[in-house]
Design a protein around this ligand. Structure first.
Ligand code: ZN
Ligand code: ZN
Length: 345
């Protein structure tokens, strides 16, 4: 089958290749990929600016949904034809302190789909049956492919940060993750201000449609001054840094009030310069989040089924797999929000 492969470490080194479908081992299922979204980290893998372990050659892609096509020996849970998505932690040790509390995202031996195991930018992919989650009846394949990024946001916002009703939350970076975090914040009863650059005009408009109280263009407006005005001079209760850009992190640290919460959701891919002392001066509760754990996947699916999260508005482009370069270039230019690859064309 034809798949998008990171062929070797280093910048670039990505191409469409014929990859042989291997037979299933016991406990595995083969999934026919029906929908596959491009993640910011796929772009990071392309440029080789990522600190998450990769093992090449590997088929990339980890945000997907599909239909069970074949069941390996010993699999009882899944059935051929099931509409599913799948947890991306393909292997983990299962006995370290993180695994014992289901934080498989932090297991030192974690091996991830699309990083170390062949992923979803291919007509089929293979996962352990225990990773398979059935899509609720009213969650279509497109929405199902959002389960993973939405789970990242549930993990960051609900599980790690904690939003109280009426909290004012700054969301810096209106990409797919920022706009999903926005919606999770709203389901928790928070209010949101979303920050972007002048290139983000369409994304900021979408943020307002999705329920943000305010949006600000940081390179055209006095974002800090306006935020202080909106918050009685204090600043926001919570800052979610979703841009993965050093300027975004600096801004988020300025926006958050004393005794507020700062959560790093975006990844920079390299060390950055930042006024870290602000964490002391402001007595901030600071955390970061990386990926997700099973509880977040389940809540993510529940949220998708509830209809409270609008993922379809985020879908801006679908490219055939054969035009993956154009898709990545479009994403790189920060056009659109969530881009999909059609793995069968
Ligand atoms: Zn992702
Ligand atoms: Zn472990």
């Amino acid at each position: 089958m034809r798949a998008l492969v990171k062929t070797a470490r280093g910048p670039g080194n990505m191409e469409l290749r014929e990859v042989a479908e291997r037979p299933l081992d016991s406990g595995e299922v083969r999934i026919e990929v029906r929908s596959a979204g491009i993640c910011g980290s796929d772009l990071h893998i392309y440029h080789d600016q990522i600190n998450i372990p990769i093992r090449t050659p590997v088929v990339v892609g980890h945000e997907f949904s599909g239909q069970v096509a074949e069941i390996g020996p010993g699999v009882e849970k899944a059935r051929v034809g099931d509409k599913v998505t799948a947890l991306t932690a393909i292997r983990y040790c299962a006995h370290c302190r993180y695994c014992r509390s289901e934080f498989y995202n932090l297991c030192p031996d974690r091996e991830t789909l699309g990083y170390m195991h062949n992923g979803a930018f291919a007509p089929t992919t293979i996962v352990p049956a225990r990773n398979v989650l059935t899509l609720p009846e009213n969650v279509d394949f497109r929405a199902g492919a959002f389960t993973e990024p939405l789970a990242c946001c549930v993990h960051a916002v609900t599980e790690l940060t904690g939003v109280s009703a009426r909290d004012v939350v700054a969301i810096v970076g209106p990409g797919a993750i920022g706009l999903l975090c926005l919606q999770v914040v709203l389901t928790e009863g928070g209010r949101a201000i979303v920050y972007g650059t002048r290139d983000d005009a369409a994304r900021l408009e979408l943020a307002r449609k999705l329920g943000a109280d305010h949006t600000m263009v940081v390179d055209e407006e006095d974002a800090l001054g306006q935020t202080l005005e909106l918050t009685e001079g204090y600043g926001v209760d919570i800052a979610l840094e979703c841009s993965g850009h050093p300027d975004g992190a600096s801004l988020a640290l300025q926006l958050v009030r004393k005794q507020g919460k700062y959560t790093q959701v975006g990844l920079f891919g390299r060390p950055i310069n930042i006024d870290f002392e602000q964490i002391a001066f402001k007595e901030l509760q600071t955390t970061g989040s990386l990926g997700q754990k099973p509880t977040a996947w389940k809540r993510s699916l529940d949220l998708l089924a509830s209809g409270k999260i609008d993922v379809h508005s985020l879908i801006s482009h679908t490219f055939p797999l054969s035009q993956w370069q154009e898709a990545f270039a479009t994403f790189q230019k920060r056009e659109g929000v969530k881009l999909f690859l059609d793995v069968n064309t």
